[in-house]
Design a protein around this ligand. Structure first.
Ligand code: 7BC
Ligand code: NI
Length: 124
């Protein structure tokens, strides 16, 4: 199975949000809840200035690909500035958070080695 998608092609998909993550919204691009895919999943998230994807961990490892903006990555308590063009590897169960302390929207893709985002259990 091979398919091509573009972020614009999911413009009909509603943004997802939760009160847990103020200023954060996201969409699913490759995810077995929406696409005929398995093994890997990909989503796209935006964090508005002042927004915060709060400290959490999960059993699957994760990758971020930052496409726009800048923010502060919390690496299990150690803070590091990240920006457009950076990629981030997060190992299984490593606590992480991402806050947008900049003036523009922070945008990034995330990748999980799972069929779907909905099977990732978020722990705090
Ligand atoms: O961006 C979201 C929204 C829940 O999740 C992916 C990022 C992460 O670190 O799990
Ligand atoms: Ni995460």
């Amino acid at each position: 199975m091979i398919f091509v998608k573009n972020l614009k092609s999911v413009s009909d998909q509603e943004w997802s949000t939760t009160d847990k993550y103020p200023g954060v919204r996201w969409k699913f691009l490759i995810d077995s809840d929406f696409t005929e895919s398995s093994g890997l999943s990909l989503g796209f998230a935006e964090i508005a200035p002042g927004g915060n994807l709060i400290l959490h961990y999960h059993s699957p490892a994760e990758i971020y690909v930052v496409t726009d903006g800048e923010g502060i990555l919390n690496k299990s308590g150690k803070l590091e500035k990240i920006k457009k063009g950076d990629v981030v590897y997060i190992s299984k169960n490593a606590k992480h958070a991402l806050k947008n302390n900049g003036e523009e929207t922070l945008k990034f893709y995330w990748i999980f080695p799972t069929d779907r985002f909905s099977e990732v259990e978020y722990l705090y």
